[in-house]
Ligand binder design. Structure first.
Ligand SMILES: C[S@@+](CC[C@H](N)C(=O)[O-])C[C@H]1O[C@@H](n2cnc3c(N)ncnc32)[C@H](O)[C@@H]1O
Ligand code: SF4
Length: 432
């Protein structure tokens, strides 16, 4: 193995270990406090502006093996009652004075009951001005649903494909419900025609994938010309979910050549926004606002998280418990916790690394600290690993640095998985 590769492999292996420990420490919910029922403003001042309202829809037709997002198998009765409760919560949050620039509806499968989704978006638009509404769905929606109903309501649609490879679709439990790669290609092409901005999710790091097969997926996707392509590295959870998704995963050492292959395949027609997300470089400029870029966010619906400043908010992960909270006149928030400055800064570090520049002056203006004061160990480590190079007073990420940012992002997703697992336990202890 050439020295540079060896250095990178050692650096990413030690990063995996350090990240796992950091996540367990900073994202432990052992010190989370129960949110007192009756509070509706979540301790925020009236007319507080929050960048994003995150809405969670926890229902799916099929439960994919790699996915640890909060969801249950679709049940129409429950979903109808759920959407009712959700709209009550949204009204309550807006009545309490919160205002948002954007709405991100994630899941689960947000389009599982279109009429209800339409009613929910229309309600938000009737109560407050928002600049953009984003939704997530799967490809089969464009075959079996009526996506035209969302015209003029949804600005950005994100469609999960993961891979065109039927073996991967079968292994992860998606083939049966969503069809073959060929069928899903037709469905996605329809979706791309319908919305102003369309993103498609692909994943890599599956067992059996090679740089060549990952390139084949990317090239096929590029032919469809979506506005954005997100390429997620398959992330294994930390707790119970790890075992399930680990059966699907390739070897950790295979991720670097696959990352390089993704970059190369994208280079001509798409530009990297983050090492995990790309926007087309042809046609009109794509408005790109990545959902996890560290801006303030308030979560509604069972299984939502929010963060504003140092306050971290968790909505009940028990769907029946959530509906009960709302019907008793509360918001769905069940717990909250204060995040340390250190964990917030670590998130900023990931975002800065992902954006490609650690801007010294900007960082100092935001935090009052120099980069070296905030991250003495991290910067030493990143420079030794060849992840950063000095650029005037700032640092630029190298290709190895982009890969380390991708690993940090994967660690962040694993952290979210760890949070979800703890939140589910909290919900079970609260309602039993
Ligand atoms: C929560 S899903 C919602 C999309 C939609 N339900 C679907 O499956 O097509 C959003 C995206 O998260 C990504 N994802 C889910 N589990 C993941 C994991 N373990 N590692 C990396 N990405 C994951 C997938 O790319 C998926 O499209
Ligand atoms: S990947 Fe999408 S469809 Fe599959 S379980 Fe997760 S949210 Fe549901």
């Amino acid at each position: 193995m050439p020295f540079a590769d060896f250095r990178l492999s050692l650096a990413t292996q030690s990063l995996d270990l350090v990240m796992q420990q950091t996540i367990m420490q900073s994202l432990s919910l052992a010190d989370a406090t129960v949110f007192s029922p009756g509070q509706t403003s979540v301790g925020l001042a009236c007319d507080q502006h929050i960048e994003t309202l995150y809405i969670h829809i926890p229902f799916c037709h099929t439960l994919c093996r790699f996915c640890s997002f909060h969801k249950i198998k679709y049940n129409r009765e429950k979903a109808l009652v759920y959407f009712e409760a959700l709209r009550k919560e949204i009204k309550r949050v807006i009545a309490a004075g919160l205002r948002f620039n954007r709405v991100y509806i994630g899941g689960g499968t947000t389009t599982i009951l279109e009429d209800e989704l339409v009613k929910t978006i229309e309600l938000i638009k009737s109560l407050t001005n928002v600049r953009e509404v984003s939704c997530e769905t799967d490809p089969s929606y464009f075959k079996t649903g009526k996506p035209e109903m969302l015209n003029g309501l949804v600005d950005r649609m994100s469609i999960g494909l993961q891979s065109f490879d039927d073996n991967i679709l079968k292994a992860s439990g998606r083939f049966e419900k969503f069809g073959s790669g060929d069928e899903q290609e037709i469905d996605i092409a329809k979706g791309i025609e319908l919305f102003p901005t369309v993103n498609v999710d692909l994943m890599y790091g599956f067992k059996g994938q090679t740089p060549a097969s990952v390139v084949a997926d990317i090239e096929r996707m590029i032919q469809l010309k979506p506005d954005q392509i997100t390429t997620y590295p398959l992330t294994l959870g930390i707790g119970k979910n790890r075992k399930k998704s680990k059966c699907l995963a390739g070897e950790s050492k295979d991720l670097w050549p696959q990352f390089l292959a993704v970059k190369q395949a994208m280079a001509e027609h798409y530009m990297m926004e983050f090492p995990w997300s790309y926007s087309r470089n042809f046609g009109d400029k794509v408005e790109n606002k990545y959902v996890l870029d560290g801006e303030n966010c308030f979560g509604v619906g069972s299984g939502a998280f929010g963060r504003f400043g140092q306050q971290f908010q968790i909505s009940s992960f028990d769907i029946d418990g959530y509906i009960e909270l709302i019907n008793q006149g509360n918001v769905g928030t069940s717990h909250h916790k204060m995040l340390s400055n250190k964990s917030i800064n670590q998130h900023h570090l990931m975002i800065m690394m992902g954006k490609g520049c650690l801007d010294h002056a900007l960082f100092k203006a935001h935090t009052g600290k120099s980069l070296w004061q905030a991250f003495p160990l991290e910067l030493g480590y990143l420079l030794t690993a060849g992840a950063l190079i000095k650029d005037g007073n700032s640092y630029r990420t190298t290709e190895a640095g982009q890969f380390i940012a991708l690993k940090m992002f994967s660690g962040f997703l694993a952290g979210m998985d760890y949070l979800r697992e703890q939140a589910l336990q909290l919900a079970n202890t609260r309602w039993t």
